[in-house]
Design a protein around this ligand. Structure first.
Ligand SMILES: CC(C)(COP(=O)(O)OP(=O)(O)OC[C@H]1O[C@@H](n2cnc3c(N)ncnc32)[C@H](O)[C@@H]1OP(=O)(O)O)[C@@H](O)C(=O)NCCC(=O)NCCS
Length: 177
């Protein structure tokens, strides 16, 4: 797995010790909500669950741990890499609520795009984001993603239905955003 480095972040393969890093950040309610989970029903994170989560990430063919200031911050994955259709799905999550909205997401997404459109030779990345996750949508838009589709009433949370937004970025447009 290639290590991807930016000014503030390193995207690197998961290590066993990342289990402790993930566990230390717990399941922040605001972040759980951004993934579409109801914070009231998400159980507290245990060390065992955190270690299992890291082990699954380590077994993934295209997944990185995001490290910031020497600590575990989150994950970036390219799911379903299809080298024939030259496309994949991007997934990203930071787990430290104190580090959101500081430009780190844009850095991580751009590193993933450079790798996907460079060495991996992909043409298109797709992602899915809840419409109320404005921070993520602005981050993706700043990196060149555009909304291509909207799935109305995709998720039921707190008694209300919320749309999913499907966004795409293309290698031909990357660099001009
Ligand atoms: C999505 C995520 C990776 C983005 O990373 P980030 O470091 O927070 O994003 P950035 O700081 O690079 O960009 C955030 C953008 O939203 C804006 N923003 C910051 N806080 C905001 C808020 N509370 N509401 C709306 N917009 C906000 C910023 O100004 C910036 O927009 P701009 O580039 O137009 O100025 C990160 O927020 C995260 O992991 N969140 C929790 C899990 C999650 O939502 N995962 C994605 C699921 S699809």
């Amino acid at each position: 797995m290639t290590v991807l480095s930016g000014p503030s972040l390193t995207l690197r393969p998961p290590r066993d010790s990342d289990g402790e890093g993930r566990f230390a950040l717990g399941n922040d309610p605001e972040i759980m909500r951004m993934f579409g989970a109801d914070p009231k029903t998400v159980p507290p994170l245990t060390l065992e669950v955190a270690r299992d989560w890291i082990a699954r990430l380590a077994a993934h063919p295209n997944a990185w741990v995001v490290e910031h200031e020497g600590r575990f911050l989150g994950e970036v994955r390219l799911d379903g890499v299809d080298r024939v259709a030259r496309r994949a799905r991007l997934a990203i999550g930071f787990y430290d609520a104190g580090k959101l909205g500081r430009g780190l997401g844009r850095e991580a997404v751009r590193l993933a795009l450079e790798h996907a459109f460079g060495p991996l030779g992909l043409e298109r990345l797709t992602l899915r984001v809840l419409a109320y996750n404005e921070r993520a949508i602005r981050c993706y838009a700043a990196c060149g993603f555009r909304e291509v589709h909207r799935e109305p009433a995709a998720v039921l949370l707190d008694g209300s239905w919320h749309d999913d937004v499907i966004m795409e970025a293309y290698s031909a447009a990357f660099g001009s955003s």
